[in-house]
Design a protein around this ligand. Structure first.
Ligand SMILES: Cc1ncc(COP(=O)(O)O)c(C=O)c1O
Length: 396
């Protein structure tokens, strides 16, 4: 099919709820993508963090191929071998909890909301406090929980029981807690909100507050999870354990998967009839997640994040030295960003023209989050293109 035919089908038949780049991709391998005209791109924002171990990782492709020929789906009123194995692995890799499987980050957060409400029921509590500039998904409840009015306005009235306070501001949070608060949800590093890293002191205080007031601490690790920050989960870097953690994106290596991990005593509140997902935790989904874990462990990818994260950060800091309009280089591991003084989406366009894919959020923050399999050669190539694009932006 020709490019114009693809675009025409979208124009005519696909709901236009996305801002489009105009690119049509047909193939991916590792950190690279190829468009329909054969042009090669270096992808430093792979699938908005979904293709976190690179496009078409051979382990994931192999597991999907094999499982798809044996058993693709089995309803959740039966058992299959892979869901329990994956839950065991996630539990062992994190804090020993139990896992509910679904298909996306928003659904993982929905599960967390429902579990927090089940927990609060005994004391008449249901409120969840989130952070301003957070992002938790596009379902109605997760939009209500996302602390950004621009996502909420057109959909009012929103479900009750959600409020948000400034990120990294303990006093505001402590003031907002009341006798209806059942949970507090935080991204340890805000992704869509602009790569804002939580302070360790702040998280320690939040943890103590949750313990004192019997409030559930929920970490949304949909974007920070699965190696992105240099540990399997970002909470392990801060050494502050949540009661509930939500996962998606890299977890499935490109296959749509979401998961909620909860402390076993709390997870026990979800009894038959309280929550379900028809597709959640299918054999195919679980095999791809297990393949992602195997790739991270056998490929020593967490060490790679540490080494390549430091390498990339250093290079970005040298760009900051060169260009006065760069205010800050921020983030951790391979979840990095450049903040510019003014609107900079044209840098993304210029990078794209030159064959590098990155992202711009909140109009002046360039998100750079390569696959955690990346290497020095790819980083050098990306930084060269970024440098050229920043140079043009500075001149304009
Ligand atoms: C931190 C965080 N939570 C939740 C979501 C929603 O995930 P999904 O789009 O898979 O529903 C996202 C998506 O970007 C996210 O970054």
């Amino acid at each position: 099919m020709e490019k114009e035919g693809v675009l025409e089908n979208y124009r005519k038949y696909v709901v236009g709820s996305y801002t489009k780049s105009g690119l049509v991709f047909v193939k991916g391998k590792g950190s690279y993508l190829w468009d329909i005209e054969g042009k090669k791109y270096l992808d430093f924002f792979p699938g908005w963090a979904v293709s976190g171990i690179g496009h078409c990782h051979p382990g994931v492709s192999g597991a999907i191929r094999e499982q798809s020929e044996t058993l693709i789906h089995i309803a959740n009123n039966h058992y299959h071998p892979w869901q329990g194995l994956l839950a065991k692995k996630l539990s062992e890799l994190s804090f020993g909890g139990k896992v509910f499987f679904c298909n996306s980050g928003a659904e993982a957060n929905e599960a967390a909301i429902k579990l927090a409400r089940l927990y609060g029921n005994k004391t008449g509590r249901y409120g969840i406090i989130s952070m301003e500039n957070s992002f938790h998904g596009r379902t109605l409840a997760t939009v209500a929980m996302t602390g950004q009015p621009r996502y909420q306005e057109p959909f009012k009235p929103l479900p009750e029981g959600f409020s948000s306070v400034p990120f990294n501001d303990f006093e505001s949070l402590a003031k907002a807690v009341d006798d209806k608060t059942a949970g507090i949800i935080i991204e340890p590093v805000q992704g869509e909100g602009g790569i804002n890293v939580a302070g360790r002191d702040y998280l320690e205080k939040v943890k103590s507050l949750c313990e004192e007031r019997d409030i559930l601490l929920i970490f949304d690790e949909v974007q920070t999870g699965f190696g992105r920050t240099g540990k399997f989960f970002a909470y392990q870097i801060f050494d502050i354990q949540p009661d509930i953690m939500t996962l998606a994106k890299t977890l499935g290596g490109g296959f749509p998967v979401g998961a909620m991990v909860a402390e076993s005593s709390i997870a026990g509140l979800m009894v038959p009839g309280t929550h379900a997902s028809t597709f959640g935790g299918s054999p195919l989904a679980c095999r791809s997640c297990l393949a992602v874990i195997e790739a991270i462990e056998s490929g020593k990818l967490l060490q790679n994040v540490k080494i390549m994260g430091d390498y990339l950060r250093e290079k970005l800091l040298s760009l900051k030295e060169k260009y006065g309009f760069i205010k800050e280089v921020k983030g951790m591991g391979l979840m990095l960003a450049i903040e510019t003084a003014e609107e900079c989406s044209s840098v993304v366009e210029e990078c794209t023209r030159k064959g590098l894919l990155i992202n711009c959020t909140h109009s002046n923050i360039l998100r750079i989050m390569p696959a955690i399999t990346t290497n020095r050669h790819e980083i050098d190539e990306a930084v060269r293109i970024l440098d050229e694009s920043l140079f043009s932006y500075g001149k304009a």
